[in-house]
Every structure is written in C-alpha cells, then in structure tokens.
Ligand binder design. Structure first.
Ligand SMILES: C[S@@+](CC[C@H](N)C(=O)[O-])C[C@H]1O[C@@H](n2cnc3c(N)ncnc32)[C@H](O)[C@@H]1O
Length: 201
C-alpha cells in the first residue's frame, strides 16, 4: 500500500513551492496551551515527534517553541520542503524519511506526539504507544466522518475519517483532556488531546 502512497505524495509535493512561512495548525497551538495549564508545558528538554509531518510546519513550530523535535514522513519531497523551511527559520528538526508501516520509534523516548491529517488505524496507535513515555501527550487532529457530508469535501473515502468516539477507542490508555468535533470553515475534524496513563502498555 505504501509505495503508491509515497509516489502520490511525492508528486503532490513536487508541485508545491517552497515556503519559509510557518503556519502551525490552530489545534496544535491550542493543545500546547492546554498542556501548559496541566503541566510545566514545553521545555528545552521536551522531546516531540510529528507523525506523517508532510511539509513539517507543525514540527518546525514545535522546534521554535524550544523543544527537540523529530518528524517522520514517507515523502522525500515533502521532507525537502520541510528542511528548507526549517533552515530558513534557523531551527533544527530531526527529519526521518520512513514508511510508518514498518517504522518503530525508540521506546518511550518522546514527551509529546502530534498527528495531523493522517489516519492509519493499524500503524499509528502502536507507534504512539511505543514512542510516548507514560505521562506523555498525544495531540491528534484529522477529518471527522461528517466531513464526507460537506459539499466542499475533497475526501470521499470513509476509511480516512473518524467517528466521534473513535480516538477514545484507539487510545483507551489515555486520560482525555479534549475529544471534540469542530466544524471549521474549510473542514470538519475530530480533535483529541490526551495524556498517556502511567502503567499503560
Ligand atoms: C494529508 S498529509 C498531512 C501532512 C501534515 N501532517 C499536515 O497536516 O500538513 C498526509 C501525509 O502522510 C504522509 N504519509 C502517507 N502515508 C505514509 C506512510 N505510510 N508513512 C509515512 N508517511 C506517510 C504523506 O507523505 C503526507 O505527507
């Protein structure tokens, strides 16, 4: 499945112009603020991981907040755009070109994992569980099933959308701070913020 995915995304990113503007997702910014209310927030020692990072804007923003960030994507072209943007903004991110179908992070290495606009029910939950230390945070946003009803939707396959309670079921070992559906001008999404319970597998 992943070779056609890689080719499709490489083609898409090959048509994109490099940009030095960093535009993090608004849910990332809000969730990081909520994390700051519940804990010491992001520190220079905080290790973060952005899964399926694409052009890397969320990873670059996290690095700009002062933490140490790694980011994974299957597309070399997406990562090249991300590298250029990070260089222009004078921040360092550990860019990892890998297929999440067969990539394993070092166990418990990360304090925060972010996933935006990517859904693979088989691979993402075990990667998140392996990557996050107990007490670590998961910030997730992707399309809600209600996105399919929108006349402006570019998504037609229900496989890439979430039911309202699905992230709760995919991550039962998390204390949930937020699990909500947001109808935005351009998309309808599920937004999740949870903290991995100590003692979870
Ligand atoms: C919709 S984009 C989202 C990118 C970024 N998270 C964002 O929100 O801007 C989906 C990303 O998933 C990546 N991707 C797709 N299949 C993948 C896989 N098997 N392993 C790693 N990355 C993958 C694509 O290259 C693409 O960058």
């Amino acid at each position: 499945m992943s070779a056609p995915d890689r080719d499709r995304w490489n083609e898409k990113y090959a048509k994109s112009k490099p940009s030095s503007m960093v535009q993090p997702d608004e849910w990332l910014v809000e969730a990081v603020r909520l994390i700051g209310e519940e804990s010491d927030g992001l520190q220079s020692s905080t290790r973060t991981l952005d899964l399926a990072c694409g052009r890397g804007h969320n990873a670059i923003w996290l690095a700009q907040q002062g933490c140490r960030c790694d980011a994974v994507d299957i597309s070399a072209n997406g990562l090249e755009l991300a590298r250029r943007c990070a260089t222009a903004n004078k921040v360092e991110v550990g860019w990892i070109e890998a297929d999440l179908d067969d990539w394993t992070p070092s166990r418990g290495e990360y304090d925060l994992v972010a996933v935006f606009r990517f859904l693979d029910r088989e691979t993402v939950p075990p990667i998140v569980r392996a990557a996050l230390r107990p007490g670590g945070w998961l910030i997730y946003e992707t399309f809600a099933a209600a996105q399919l009803e929108r006349p402006d939707s570019h998504i037609t396959n229900p496989r890439f959308t979430l039911s309202p309670s699905e992230l709760l079921n995919l991550f039962p070992d998390f204390d949930v701070v937020t699990n909500r559906e947001d109808v935005l001008p351009d998309r309808t999404v599920q937004r999740f913020l949870g903290r991995r319970r100590s003692g979870g597998n």
